[in-house]
Ligand binder design. Sequence first.
Ligand SMILES: Cc1ncc(COP(=O)(O)O)c(C=O)c1O
Length: 480
Amino acid sequence: MHESSRPRDFLAALDSALRLPLRRQLAEEIREGCRSGRLAAGVSLPSSRALAQQLSVSRGVVSDAYAQLASEGYIAQIPRRAPIVLGQPVRERSEVLELPPEYGKWRHRTWRYDLTSITPDLARFPRLAWAAALRETLRTIPDTALDYNDPRGPLVFRTAVCEYLARARGCDVDPTTTVAVAGFTQGLYLACSALRRHGATAIAVEDPCLKDYLPTVRLCGLEAVAIPVDAEGLRTELLAQHDVQAVIVTPAHQFPTGAVLSPARRKHLIEWASEQGAYVIENDYDAEYQYDRAAVGALQGRDPRRVIYVGTASKMLAPALRIGWIHAPRELLDAICHIHWHLGGGTPVVELFAFAQLLAQGELERHLRRTRALYQVRRRRLLAALESELPGFELRGASAGVHLTIEIPHGIDAAAVAESLAERHVLIETLREYAVDPRNAMSGVLIGYARLHESQILPVVRLLAAVVAEQLPSPERRRP
Ligand SMILES: Cc1ncc(COP(=O)(O)O)c(C=O)c1O
């Protein structure tokens, strides 16, 4: 282990006239110090407050630089202690397998503006409430609950979740047929594997949809069939043209277009499933964030026999918790439990007890009320900024979730806009990235506002408008 020492002063030459942001200059200075040995392993760095004072920069500059270096393995950050230099990270000393980017380009911390559509504002994670719930759980959890146990997860978790789903989402759910899972993704895997065991061979997916669906569906031996989406959500009338035994939908807030499945299509979808003996996998991934209108309830309440409902804590709390729940019709439950058990026996129980505590004590809903209000303010500011900086650009989708999409007009390449913004350290995703069949691809970009501080909204929209203007076809090119 590294020997800690008194915090050392650190001399860094930062230049605010350079285009490179100060936090990146500072990170590079420390990185270089680690590589060259100027900062030996075990040395303590000054606290972010002390170094900020020493360098006459804001504390955020130092905290960001430290967070970046910690993520790269150069330093260790320990709560309430000065960061410690670890030296040169392992991956620089030897050949280490680099994982492909599918595991999260949003994990890079060097973005000046992070417009990811996927994750909530992690700075708002209710650390104190979570810590209290964990402490209380460890104090009170029965010894027997720490043994190998029911693959559905503890009853206390399933009961709290079902009570919440019935009350807040209008679901018709029962703890006996509810299973705790590691997020939506594992719920989808279990649902698809169970369907495969019941003879399914193909499953319809919305086009566009979350990219992760396809590998998961294929891992389970199912074929994915793309069904286009329009302003009313999934085009359910097209389902009859395909030999599929199930469909994955996001009825409350289609991802990524933001459409809400219209009442006529909800009805049609349930009728199709009943007539075909098919299943609807409902992904209710961000239903807790609905603004300025009556909340859209879950589809599951309309027909619990045909809908497999999957929910997640990834948007309400944090994706890394890997907490979710699946409620399935009884005939699929044996297969789901069997696969879940043989994949590892269930979901970590201490966290499930803590989550149940947050729910039972109303802490989770307090957190949701606070974050809902915050995201609503960010959304309104974003809409105002878009209206002033990109007038005439069409917005898509309902007032919900943590992102909106804007159409990029014909003649402008949305991918080029995203690339150009990436060069300016802005993360933005295009609708095309989520297309299953490239022929259905829509032209647009997704703007996630969960992680945008209010003060960042106008500057980033101005940057977007400037990049869009650069991509406009020149008058010469427009001439025939
Ligand atoms: C459409 C969609 N489904 C599901 C999820 C969550 O997946 P998981 O629960 O596996 O983190 C997300 C991300 O929050 C999402 O955007």
